[in-house]
Design a protein around this ligand. Structure first.
Ligand code: GRG
Length: 299
């Protein structure tokens, strides 16, 4: 596993996160736009201090393919809107029923359940309005970019993962069933984020294949780590309720194989993600640094 020590990931993440926040601020209707409650709720969740991992992956993938930040920006903002919508809906009483997210009370706790549902709907829809502003290429036309997002967010991927997660509660799941959930609930949006970054840079088919392989494995590792952190960190450290998985008898890697084996699995998945970057011959520095950080993250 190679890590580029010269690359300042902290500085890079801070800069890019600021840039994506500024762009999101411009793309979204102002908090005063009617209906103001709805737009305030959208902004409340979007600007609550998320780590912006998905946009960072989009930018890093674009840069690995010599793309421009401006071309990746609408797609980076779109994936963050979809991600935030999924969190708002995931926290609803009928879903994971959580009171705390991104270090503050969840949307439905502040705005009520009706507005939280609608704010999630509006964030999902907003994603496509923003993505439509991205530039298309001969290899990746607008229709391709939009299809990438709809397939990812749709009934066979993100929502399928959530359905399987809900239906799997309090059940003893097998490894393939757990993998099915992780692929769809988490890995699919991370994979989409890097693929769109590559597409924004008119990447070659070989580059797109490498990015897909990278995103898939980083995405799986991300969820294994998320499950580990749920057991090992506090609510304050996470900015969301800790110990939730055990309390709701959710199937996770730590529950199935214990903490140590789960850490090994996350390391193996990350090693596969690094290996996928071989075709970039050391030029995917930001992606490498992000994969290294995601394995060691504490929140
Ligand atoms: C259609 C009603 C309805 C709901 C769909 C698809 C969906 C809701 C929820 C997705 C399930 C989900 C929340 C998966 C977990 C992925 C995950 C580990 C998210 C946390 O990501 P971080 O740590 O969060 O990047 P921040 O807050 O930093 O952005």
């Amino acid at each position: 596993m190679s890590e580029n020590s010269a690359f300042d990931l902290k500085k890079y993440s801070r800069q890019r996160a600021k840039q994506v926040d500024t762009a999101l601020g411009h793309y979204l209707p102002t908090a005063r736009t009617k209906p103001a409650t709805l737009h305030q709720a959208m902004r409340y969740s979007l600007f609550a201090g998320g780590k912006r991992i998905r946009p960072l992956l989009t930018f890093a993938a674009a840069e690995a393919c010599a793309g421009k930040l401006g071309d990746a920006m609408p797609l980076a903002c779109a994936v963050e809107c979809i991600h935030t919508y999924s969190l708002v809906h995931d926290d609803l009483p009928s879903m994971d029923d959580d009171d705390f997210r991104r270090g503050r009370p969840t949307s439905h706790k502040v705005y009520g359940e009706g507005i939280a549902i609608l704010a999630g709907d509006a964030l999902l829809t907003q994603a496509f309005e923003i993505a439509a502003k991205a530039r298309g290429w001969s290899r990746y036309r607008h229709a391709t970019l939009i299809a990438e997002l709809t397939e990812t967010a749709g009934s066979r991927q993100l929502i399928a993962g959530q359905v399987a997660d809900l239906e799997g509660e309090s059940k003893q799941l097998t490894f393939p069933q757990l993998r099915y959930i992780h692929e769809r609930k988490t890995s699919t949006l991370l994979t989409c984020s890097v693929r769109l970054g590559g597409m924004s840079a008119n990447c070659t088919p070989t580059q797109l294949k490498a990015l897909t392989d990278f995103g898939y494995h980083v995405g799986l590792a991300f969820q294994v780590i998320d499950d580990i952190l749920d057991v090992t960190q506090t609510t304050q450290q996470l900015g969301k309720t800790a110990g939730k998985d055990q309390a709701s008898a959710k199937a996770t890697y730590p529950a199935l194989v214990g903490l140590e084996k789960s850490k090994k699995i996350a390391e193996q998945l990350t090693a596969k993600a690094f290996a996928a970057l071989k075709p970039f011959k050391g030029k995917a520095i930001a992606l490498e640094a992000l994969a290294g950080y995601l394995l060691k993250r504490k929140n």
